[in-house]
Write a protein that binds this ligand. Structure first.
Ligand SMILES: [Zn+2]
Length: 732
């Protein structure tokens, strides 16, 4: 069972400076980006694969150009390590309001090949089962000025789903067959707004041949059928070509029956890897029903043909559904919800699905703030950060605040003399602001403290003065003095907030860094930022200090910073941490199990691993081919060859190399079952695998091996998914 994460530019600055709250470089191209697989190592990375959607990649044209040139496994874009498999799909959610997917089958196959992904997915179109099934699609580009979707009368939108979206400039070739009226039109033919004031039937007949409108009576059925016809066409193209990725078929549906029917139809086409689309956002109970129905169809097929089918569930990872996912024989799923939960609301620091806490919001000034307000907000945020770190370290909070105040004072005191001496330095002779800010940060002794303490706005205004100022055409120094004066107006009389009261509490108790002391500042700060409503949640977080209970490398290295809600570098790291915690829960419910047989000479003479298993390991294969959760393959000195893989060209059985292969492989597994009917691994190999943290069992009799795997999972011998009738939700 594999867990994938969708890739949406989820990276952080590897060298982010938490103390000064700044990026390693102000120039984004100079930063070292760290993705989740860079932060964790091979053994602990909490994902088993990455999902890359074309729709998302195309959002950034430069990313599209670079990723199609270099692929996903090479720098400079994602640089995913070789051991992580990748799936790429179209990203149907992104074009759900278009009448057709904006891609053609051939173009998608080419795209996958260029990306060099492990798996490419056929083109689906979300069935969107709620609301009307009659839909009217309108190209937003053909709307007259001052006309928008809200100007379409309710009488129309109540009778038909109106889907307004900017259509692509050019439709792929296949659209010609379905809708010649919209294919290949030159220029834009604007809608006459008056036509929307007519009855629906008159409107539809007026729009019938319009190049920017499409109407369908039963759009759900159309999308369902289009998804299946793409499956058929893409399989033919794929089989006729020589592609290096594995093809997955995407299916759509609106209830268990329609999903099961789609499953049966694509299995007849010869697909061995299914992707269940359109379930993201559906209620958990509904998804469980779909998955059971699909699982039933697949199990029947697998047993009738002694084959194996892999199934991926797109965009769904509920811990409450693990049991159904496992027993239904699903092989992988993906979700970014635990990652994104880190910054999309409360309950954003997770220990597991039940223990969730609210990270403390330490706010940046807003762009709309006046300079003085921005300075005040920046100063208060630094106080809060210094206090939180002292709390985490059980050190004196009042001393931390005093120390912070001293360094902020030095920053502003030394600034004027520095500028007098250096404002005409060559380093400030730039036409853009970023290199000036960077030079100030690097050259001025307290340069790193300007933005954190006195706001980005202040540093930006300083940089503007430096840009304007030159040795040949100097500006009056009074302009600097005036700007610094604005900061002094806020800071000169500043005493660290509540430091005295905190100090008294420290003296009274003889303890440092307690919640009681920190709370004095939290109360004051949350009143300032109007976050009083979060106080109870913050108290729970600070009493529990959950980051001390997490041994992930992020909490280990950054401690309380991970529990602070502030900017991408803290928030996304917290998302990576959440993903790790989710993965722990996933591994407990659905352990990572591999079932391996040793390859034989027959492996090099057949075209696929599956055929070898069928022919040379028939007894073993017939007992394990339909087992859920586990991954199945053949091992040689060249690596572990998964059941669906093509045969390796050359093979060797050199014992030491097999041992090394398994040592690396088993680091990411909890349990390894070895088919002992053809192979008796020596004690050293067994010890090596165990030392890698993986249990290993060698079983000679295939029937016993089957029983042992099911026993490990806690599943009944006839583990088929529960019949749908029992769920009471549908006739089946
Ligand atoms: Zn952690």
């Amino acid at each position: 069972m594999r867990f994938y994460v969708p890739e949406w530019d989820d990276y952080v600055d590897a060298e982010y400076d938490f103390i000064h709250d700044e990026h390693s470089s102000l120039d984004p191209s100079e930063r070292t980006l760290a993705y989740i697989w860079d932060i964790f190592d091979h053994e602990t990375t909490p994902i088993d694969g990455v999902l890359i959607s074309r729709e998302q990649v195309e959002d950034t044209p430069s990313k599209f150009a670079r990723i199609t040139e270099h692929g996903v496994y090479e720098a400079p874009v994602l640089d995913i390590p070789d051991w992580l498999p990748t799936i790429s799909d179209c990203g149907a959610w992104g074009y759900k309001s278009l009448p057709f997917p904006p891609y053609g089958n051939e173009g998608m196959l080419e795209f996958y090949e260029k990306l060099d992904v492990t798996v490419g997915v056929t083109i689906d179109h979300l069935v969107l089962g709620s609301g009307h099934t009659a839909r009217l699609y309108l190209d937003e580009r053909a709307f007259p000025d001052d006309f928008s979707k809200s100007d379409i009368p309710e009488e129309i939108s109540e009778q038909v789903d109106v889907m307004v979206e900017e259509w692509p400039a050019e439709w792929p070739e296949y659209v010609r067959g379905y809708a010649p009226s919209i294919y290949g039109s030159d220029g834009i033919e604007t809608f006459d707004p008056d036509i929307f004031q007519q009855s629906l039937s008159t409107l539809l007949s007026d729009l019938e041949a319009h190049p920017h409108a499409i109407y369908r009576d039963d759009d759900m059925a159309f999308r369902y059928d289009l998804t299946l016809s793409n499956a058929r066409e893409m399989k033919d193209l794929y089989d006729a070509g020589d592609y290096s990725f594995r093809l997955m078929v995407a299916i759509q549906g609106w209830d268990a029956r329609s999903y099961a029917d789609a499953t049966e139809r694509v299995l007849e086409l010869g697909y061995q890897y299914l992707g269940v689309g359109g379930v993201a956002g559906s209620p958990e109970s509904a998804v469980k029903d779909y998955v059971r129905a699909i699982g039933n169809s697949i199990k029947d097929f697998e047993r009738a043909t002694t084959t194996r089918i892999d199934t991926h569930v797109f965009g769904f990872a509920k811990t409450g559904a693990f049991d159904t996912i496992g027993k239904s024989g699903m092989t992988s799923f993906d979700s970014a919800s635990m990652l994104r939960a880190a910054w999309t609301g409360g309950d954003n620091y997770h220990l597991d699905s039940d223990q969730r806490y609210d990270a403390i919001r330490v706010r940046y000034p807003s762009n709309r703030d006046t300079l003085q307000k921005a300075v005040e907000t920046a100063l208060r945020s630094q106080e809060m950060l210094y206090a939180l770190r002292a709390f985490d370290a059980d050190e004196s909070i009042s001393a931390a605040l005093t120390e912070w105040h001293r360094s902020a004072s030095a920053t502003v005191d030394d600034l004027e003399p520095y500028l007098r001496d250096h404002r005409h330095d060559n380093r400030y002779d730039c036409s853009t602001l970023r290199p000036i800010k960077q030079a100030l940060r690097d050259d001025y002794r307290y340069g790193h403290k300007i933005r954190a303490n006195f706001s980005g706005k202040f540093r930006g205004q300083l940089a503007k003065l430096l840009r304007k100022d030159g040795p040949d055409d100097p500006i009056p120094f009074a302009e600097y003095r005036q700007l610094i004066g604005n900061v002094r107006a806020v800071f000169d009389d500043w005493t660290p907030t509540k430091a005295r009261e905190i100090e008294q509490r420290e003296k009274r108790s003889g303890q440092y860094g307690t919640l009681d002391q920190l709370w004095v500042l939290i109360s004051d700060y949350t009143a300032y930022t109007e976050d009083e409503g979060h106080r109870d949640a913050y108290e729970e977080l600070l009493r529990r200090e959950p980051w001390n209970d997490c041994d992930c490398p992020i909490c280990d290295e950054h401690g309380i910073e991970v529990a602070i809600f502030r900017g991408n570098n803290r928030n996304r790291r917290r998302g990576f941490h959440n993903t790790r915690r989710f993965y722990d829960e996933f591994e407990r419910a659905l352990p990572s199990i591999a079932i391996l047989t040793r390859g034989g000479t027959g492996l090099s003479t057949t075209d696929s691993v599956e055929r070898f298993l069928h022919e040379d390991r028939a007894g073993f294969w017939s007992e394990v081919h339909d087992l859920p959760v586990a991954e199945i393959g053949a091992v040689t000195a060249n690596g572990v060859h998964e059941w669906w893989d093509s045969s390796p060209g050359t093979i060797s059985f050199e014992p030491l190399s097999i041992q090394e292969t398994l040592e690396t492989f088993s680091r990411r597994y909890q349990e390894l079952f070895i088919d002992g009917s053809n192979w008796r691994p020596d004690d050293e190999l067994i010890a090596t695998v165990r030392a890698a943290g993986c249990d290993v069992t060698v079983i000679e009799e295939p029937k016993e091996l089957r029983t042992a795997v099911l026993g490990r999972l806690g599943y009944e011998p006839d583990f088929v998914p529960e019949p749908l009738l029992q769920s009471g939700l549908m006739e089946y």
